[in-house]
Design a protein around this ligand. Structure first.
Ligand code: SF4
Length: 361
């Protein structure tokens, strides 16, 4: 892998800026209004590469003639909105709208939250940037998706909309498996109808690490175990529930996941903008890379409906911080020969929520 050119640097800096400031693409046909992970965004192709960008009517970025404009001037980047997928208009055999079971992310990723509730959703425990139960409250999803529903939707999304990989995440359950057993059932059901569709699962460190093997044996080929920050002060402030899981439990789960899934088939989110020192964030990413874990660096997004926005009024991170961390983590990934596109499936393979892929990582 080679170092990025100056043209790539400009592209990265625009990609970072647009990820923070959003885009005034008011008619994006494919949006993700809420749910787990980064949301309230529109899915577009930015110079042919999938990108999940916040939709913000105040943004200086607009789109005209398929070009991304900044204050009316051409940035040189092309923008294409991702079309609404055809499977959204279908229902499963039990009469559930397929759009309520799984969503299209970026251009070709099918994503579902198999259990839309989280044992940590009490406001005293909840991750302050999370809105996992909001779509449930609004009636736009179902609380627990069955393996059968997910398999039917995967088949339709694959056949009608060319989905090439799948992400299955879950709210955290009270059981020791943290939701792994249901996830494994869902993976198995999809692999039965689509044996070649790569699937990533996302889960908290399970109490019994054997769950990681169970997920692999079910057919998942990548796994995300998301810590969001490796600074315990930041974790306590932003994720009081998840912060009760010691970082060493995460380390043990990542090590076991690398043993089972392989080097660079394991990833974790690291959010920029939670108040962590940038150098420490890069050092944490380097520790992960040394373990064979891909640190998916994503800017924190202040979303309506989250405690971070509605209560804390937390601001978006600065473009400088996101850019600097992204560039340095990407360089460490390149040195280690790790690219998100080498993951079988998942957020690192998709790349739409991060600018790391602009930097060749
Ligand atoms: S990076 Fe992950 S959360 Fe973001 S669009 Fe891609 S699959 Fe969805």
């Amino acid at each position: 892998m080679t170092a990025p050119s100056s043209q790539q640097e400009t592209r990265t800096s625009t990609r970072v800026d647009v990820a923070i400031q959003g885009i005034r693409l008011l008619d994006a046909p494919l949006t993700r209004p809420n749910g787990a992970g980064p949301s309230a965004d529109g899915h577009v192709l930015l110079d042919g590469v999938g990108a999940a960008i916040p939709l913000d009517p105040r943004s200086p970025y607009t789109v005209a003639g398929g070009k991304l404009l900044l204050d009316g001037a051409d940035t040189g980047l092309g923008v294409e909105a991702v079309a609404r997928p055809r499977f959204y208009d279908l229902t499963t055999s039990d009469g559930t709208s397929m759009e309520m079971v799984a969503r299209l992310h970026a251009a070709d990723v099918l994503a579902t939250t198999v259990v839309q509730t989280c044992m940590r959703y009490d406001p005293s425990d909840r991750c302050r940037f999370c809105a996992i139960e909001q779509s449930l409250e609004q009636g736009t999803t179902v609380a627990v998706k069955t393996p059968q529903q997910i398999a039917e939707v995967a088949q339709a999304a694959h056949d009608l909309d060319g989905v090439r990989q799948m992400v299955m995440t879950t709210g955290t359950s009270r059981g020791r498996d943290r939701g792994a057993t249901h996830l494994a059932r869902c993976v198995r059901a999809v692999r039965e109808v689509l044996p070649d569709l790569p699937i990533q699962v996302q889960i908290e460190p399970p109490g019994d690490l054997a769950s990681i093997t169970e997920l692999y044996e079910a057919g998942a080929r990548s796994i995300g175990i998301h810590v969001e920050s490796m600074d315990d002060d930041v974790r306590r402030r932003w994720m009081p529930g998840k912060a009760t899981v010691p970082l060493d439990e995460y380390r043990a789960a990542w090590r076991e996941a690398v043993r089972v899934f392989g080097h660079n088939q394991v990833s974790t989110y690291l959010l920029v903008g939670l108040g962590e020192d940038a150098d420490e964030l890069v050092a944490a990413a380097t520790e992960l890379i040394d373990m064979g874990v891909y640190p998916f660096v994503v800017p924190f997004r202040p979303l309506a409906g989250t405690l971070a926005t509605d209560v804390d009024r937390a601001p978006a991170p600065s473009r400088r911080d996101v850019g600097s961390v992204t560039v340095r983590v990407a360089a460490a990934l390149r040195r280690a020969g790790m690219a998100g596109s080498d993951q079988a499936a998942g957020c690192a393979a998709c790349g739409a929520c991060s600018a790391l892929s602009c930097e060749g990582a």
